[in-house]
Design a protein around this ligand. Structure first.
Ligand code: HEM
Ligand SMILES: [Cu+2]
Length: 569
């Protein structure tokens, strides 16, 4: 008997009916495990940094504060997020399209490069040879091996993106799916296209900086900032595109939400691809070397086209959920569809909180701070990390957590361990992160700087007095952060335990299973074929107006605050 080579081996998923390729499955597992390790390291660093910023505890000495802050930024935003996204790419190509992986050996090489690069970077950071923070602004200098590690990691990621496109081609040629690719795959493809441009910027900045660290060339700090943010900002749009794809996927898996209009949703993904790079300029708004006209064009007119895309998804995702629920008979009142939703399914609660925190906290603050004039009162204050913890943690990381509750049974074929804890995990993480990001932003509004070891300025030759409210505000921020950290810790415990020690799922058994989300145990009822139209979505419309009102209010308050700082006449 000859064994089927792994590359050609498939199993049929008893829940979804998809043909799952063995290599795709193994690659998803490896990337998911690497992501979880990075999350653990980044999470420990988060608590240490948090307990230092909380002046009442002020845990770490100065040197270790900046070291651990570097570890936190890199482990979370680069390693955790990107390893997870590589898993998403394999899922959205090979698994969803029933295909094999284009070139498994190349795919593993990419994974190997990413692991090698991240180990090198972690080593340099912990050894104190790269205290340069996440942005590594020149002329801060790290050990050349640090930059080399980043480059290896990025090359590995680029290889995986190449394998993703290759797999799309293979799937098309081998006719493994019918019609056009599903929206989730389309969104992942948008993320992958943005990734190519982003990683190009990465090469354009990290290779010269590597050479600079060896003393072989000069790098201008302003040029560094400009090119680096072509990487730093655009990579956030990879995260957003991946997150939005997961929103659509989770909506469909948990409650059978529908796509209201394929063209509109796909068009919004295309807007991301076209306009996101210009938005990088919002990181340079206080830089003296660039003209106001350049800043206003890039951060206003062009950035808003990418923002428009997020607003489109912010409407179509909940509206698709509402329409799907209404078609299944949940038509009572404005919000009956939402009240009767499976709130104890962690995939569902994570989805809803991710949409809310990303939109209401991350989106509104982001557009406001990205305004040329207002930026001057937000720049380098705690408002900035307040904003991006809402987008990339409350939004993206939470969505990733939500989809994990489906990946564990569907890909790893295990029950979810500590199921009762799993049900409340998104509540803890989202609740904590909401409080943390809102109060962090609030502290920044009082002028508290970001990336600052000691805001009491104890040995400084000058005295700085913050509003006495700051102490309380940062105390609440710290409590929120700790609750989120507990939620994150529970997530790690659940995933590691389920994957390595969890009970295997009995093949083919559905209905009333314990330890799997409701979307798998009792999947949403299919909509009868005879139904081709959906009704209006009034509940979502109300939510949209609440959102717009909050947006207008926050924007207005910030112009008001600016006018107080900067009196005219
Ligand atoms: C419980 C979860 C988390 C907590 C409590 C937390 C807390 C913090 C704190 C206190 C800071 C320092 C802010 C400053 O002093 O300027 C920070 C910075 C940062 N965090 Fe988090 N964080 C968490 C999760 C995450 C995640 C999941 C990501 C990314 C996916 C992330 C990305 C970042 C980045 C990029 C920075 C900026 C680093 C820098 O300024 O160089 N955080 N975080
Ligand atoms: Cu940005």
């Amino acid at each position: 008997m000859t064994a089927t080579p792994m590359a050609a081996a498939f199993r049929t998923c008893p829940t979804t009916g998809l043909k799952v390729n063995a290599q795709a499955e193994a690659l998803i597992k490896a990337n998911a495990v690497a992501a979880t390790v990075a999350l653990l390291i980044g999470g420990i660093a988060a608590v240490l940094v948090l307990l230092t910023r909380w002046q009442a505890v002020h845990l770490l000495p100065a040197e270790w504060f900046y070291r651990i802050l570097t570890v936190h930024g890199m482990s979370m935003l680069i390693f955790f997020i990107l390893f997870f996204e590589m898993a998403v790419l394999y899922f959205a190509s090979a698994v969803i399209l029933n295909s094999r992986v284009a070139t498994p050996r190349v795919a593993w090489t990419g994974f190997g490069l990413m692991v090698l690069g991240s180990v090198l970077v972690e080593w340099m950071m912990w050894a104190g040879r790269a205290d340069v923070l996440f942005t590594s602004y020149v002329p801060l200098r790290a050990d050349p091996l640090y930059y080399l590690g980043v480059i290896l990691f990025a090359v590995g990621a680029l290889v995986v993106v190449g394998v993703f496109f290759g797999t799309l081609v293979v799937a098309k040629r081998e006719h493994t799916y019918q019609g056009s690719v599903p929206l989730v795959t389309f969104g992942a493809a948008a993320a992958a296209i943005i990734a190519v441009g982003t990683l190009g910027h990465g090469a354009a900045i990290y290779i010269p900086t590597f050479l600079w660290s060896l003393g072989l060339m000069k790098v201008d700090p302003e040029v560094y900032r400009m090119v680096w943010w072509g990487l730093g900002h655009a990579s956030q749009q990879i995260n957003v595109a991946a997150m939005v794809s997961i929103w659509y996927l989770l909506g469909a898996l948990t409650i059978g939400s529908i796509v209201l209009n394929e063209k509109v949703s796909r068009g919004a993904f295309v807007l991301y691809i076209l306009f996101i790079n210009m938005a990088s300029a919002h990181h340079l708004l206080v830089d003296p070397g660039l003209s106001p006209a350049w800043k206003v064009w890039n951060t206003s007119y062009f950035m808003y086209l990418a923002v428009l895309a997020s607003m489109v998804h912010g409407f179509t995702v909940p509206a698709g959920m509402e329409a799907g629920q209404r078609l299944r008979g949940l038509t009572k009142g404005l919000f009956g569809w939402l009240r009767k939703a499976p709130w104890s399914d962690p995939g569902f609660s994570a989805l809803v909180f991710s949409v809310i925190i990303f939109g209401f906290v991350g989106g509104i603050t982001g557009v406001t701070f990205g305004t040329e004039q207002i930026n001057i009162i937000a720049h380098n204050t705690l408002r900035i990390p307040g904003h991006f913890h809402a987008t990339v943690v409350g939004g993206t990381a939470l969505a990733f957590m939500g989809i994990t509750y489906y990946v564990i049974p569907l890909i790893f074929r295990k029950q979810i361990a500590f199921w009762k804890l799993a049900k409340i995990q998104p509540y803890l993480f989202a609740g904590g992160m909401f409080v943390f990001s809102v109060f962090m932003t609030f502290a920044g509004t009082f002028g508290v700087p970001r990336r600052h070891y000691d805001i009491s300025f104890s040995q400084a030759p000058f005295a700085v007095q913050f509003n006495p409210a700051v102490e309380l505000v940062m105390g609440i921020m710290a409590l929120g952060g700790l609750v989120a950290a507990v939620g994150g810790g529970i997530y790690i415990l659940i995933t590691v335990w389920s994957v390595f020690f969890g009970r295997p799922l009995a093949a083919g058994v559905t209905g009333g299973m314990y330890g799997v989300p409701q979307g798998i145990a009792s999947p949403p009822k299919p909509i009868p074929e005879s139904v081709t139209e959906h009704g209006p979505t009034p509940g979502t419309l109300v939510l949209v107006f609440v959102f717009l009102a909050a947006f207008v209010a926050y924007y207005f308050v910030n112009w008001k605050l600016l006018s107080v700082v900067w009196r005219v006449g």
